[in-house]
Design a protein around this ligand. Structure first.
Ligand SMILES: C[S@@+](CC[C@H](N)C(=O)[O-])C[C@H]1O[C@@H](n2cnc3c(N)ncnc32)[C@H](O)[C@@H]1O
Length: 325
């Protein structure tokens, strides 16, 4: 059971206000560190006026003075008033832990927290509501394949393959198009458990032509197949991970088996298409991967052991590359 409120907390929510303002305290420390306040104070080893510090650090005096006062308020700097003027000096804490020159400095941690972690916390509500977010993402993948799947599955004749597994197949929308175009095929969507559960709940009809299987393509067994489809998967990962997955598919495939990579391919001369270039920038923001020109897919597939590589552009957003074992 939660602790009873003390009389003083009943009268005034001290603790709660402290928690609510906690993010401002972090930002005060981050800002002072980034401006070099603690470094200057350690260097000078004497009390300095706000005017003098502002001049050294090229900041406004007004803003800096408030920042210095807040640092005094949380006992990170010290202040002395002489003839009505404030003089600020460092403390043991700021010299030992906050100045960059100290061997115990936390300045790198502060920089990373400030520039990388702090902005991420803006998205905490989305992360907590993640089922909703996942559904939105799956909805986006579904809409993509509603317009793009047919071109992709007909770009190369896939009729020789009787069993197909769409690795990371998400909603199953692309896989259903494979069933529609190649009705003799047995098609399985393989994805992580939470995605499979959502796909079954939100994207499946009663007589669905595909089956779903839960798993992890990096850390588990892959289902048997004549053809593995990787649609929008390779562009998500750095080269080492892509090769790990392609090697695994190669090892699992029988001779004559294949892997079909579906991605938006860059031109070899890097002059377009703009859709692919923008998607590549998007991957920089979202994941660790990138879009690639045909030669890079060729290299990835041959490194993993595949041969008879066919590249087929569709002239639309997504293109295909097929490799055979
Ligand atoms: C960018 S989406 C690609 C969309 C998908 N290929 C389709 O057909 O709509 C990446 C998919 O890979 C899945 N995925 C990511 N890591 C995985 C893993 N280790 N094992 C299985 N699936 C994974 C994600 O859950 C997501 O559905």
């Amino acid at each position: 059971m939660a602790e009873q409120l003390s009389q003083s907390e009943q009268d005034y929510p001290f603790k709660l206000l402290e928690y609510i303002n906690g993010f401002k305290i972090s930002k005060v420390i981050f800002t002072a560190s980034q401006l070099g306040v603690f470094d200057l104070m350690l260097q000078c080893q004497k009390a300095l006026s706000a005017e003098c510090i502002a001049k050294e650090l090229h900041t406004s005096q007004n803003g800096l003075e408030r920042l210095l006062d807040a640092l005094v308020g949380i006992d990170i700097l010290d202040v002395e008033i002489i003839n009505g003027k404030a003089f600020y000096s460092s403390t043991d804490v700021s010299d030992l832990y906050l100045a960059k020159a100290s061997p115990k400095s936390l300045s790198n941690m502060i920089l990373y927290q400030s520039q990388n972690i702090y902005p991420l916390w803006n998205f905490l509500p989305d992360a907590v509501r993640c089922e909703e977010e996942l559904l939105k993402f799956m909805g986006m993948m579904h809409s993509t394949w509603v317009f793009a799947a047919h071109d992709v599955v007909t770009a190369i004749d896939l009729s020789p393959f009787k069993t197909v597994v769409n690795l990371g197949g998400c909603t199953g929308t692309l896989a259903r198009e494979v069933c529609l175009v190649y009705p003799h095929c047995s098609v399985t969507v393989f994805d992580i458990p939470e995605v499979v559960k959502m796909a079954k709940k939100h994207f499946c009809g009663i007589d669905d032509c595909i089956t779903f299987k839960e798993g992890d393509f990096f850390n588990g067994e892959l289902p048997e197949a004549n053809l593995y489809i990787l649609a929008g998967i390779i562009h998500g990962w750095e080269e080492e991970k892509c090769l790990q997955l392609l090697h695994k598919i190669y090892a699992q495939s029988k001779p004559g088996g294949g892997v079909l990579i579906v991605e938006s391919m860059l031109n070899e001369n890097r002059r377009g298409p703009i859709f692919s270039q923008l998607l590549s920038l998007n991957m920089l923001l979202q994941m660790e991967g990138k879009e690639r020109p045909p030669s890079e897919f060729f290299k990835l597939l041959t490194t993993a052991g595949f041969k008879d590589i066919q590249v087929q552009r569709t002239g639309k957003c997504y293109d295909v590359v097929l490799g055979i074992k």
